[in-house]
Write a protein of this length. Structure first.
Length: 127
């Protein structure tokens, strides 16, 4: 196995671990980390990618989005709240250091993310 595949595999397992934690903790979203795991496993090994696609963690958090069916409101809200908290930390640090232009840019990116998840991603009914 070459170094590139080892790095992709390691990144995949990191995404899987953080996604598993995010599936349990309401503050940490599972979605972006599981998406990272799927992408990384796809780059590292066909066998790992197929294994990941068969896990319950993937099926309950990411499969419907990848298939184009969207997300439930519960998942959307969890992603938006986490995104808001993380961006608020960066915003606060920049604001306290009187760096205002990046604050404006971050605010625009934040609003864009909120609009994307609220209106751009299909909403599906929970099973």
């Amino acid at each position: 196995m070459n170094l590139k595949k080892i790095l992709w595999t390691g990144l995949g397992f990191l995404g899987l671990a953080l996604g598993a934690v995010g599936a349990v903790l309401p503050l940490l979203p599972a979605f972006p980390f599981l998406f990272l795991a799927a992408f990384s496993f796809g780059k590292s090994s066909r066998r790992l990618h197929q294994w990941f696609l068969g896990t319950r963690l993937y099926k309950s958090n990411l499969e419907s989005y990848v298939k184009g069916e969207g997300m439930t409101w519960k998942v959307k809200i969890r992603v938006m709240v986490t995104l808001t908290l993380i961006m608020a930390m960066g915003f606060t640090i920049m604001y306290l250091k009187t760096i205002y232009l990046p604050c404006v840019i971050l605010g625009i990116v934040w609003v864009g993310h909120l609009f994307y998840f609220a209106f751009g991603v299909k909403t599906r009914k929970p099973e």
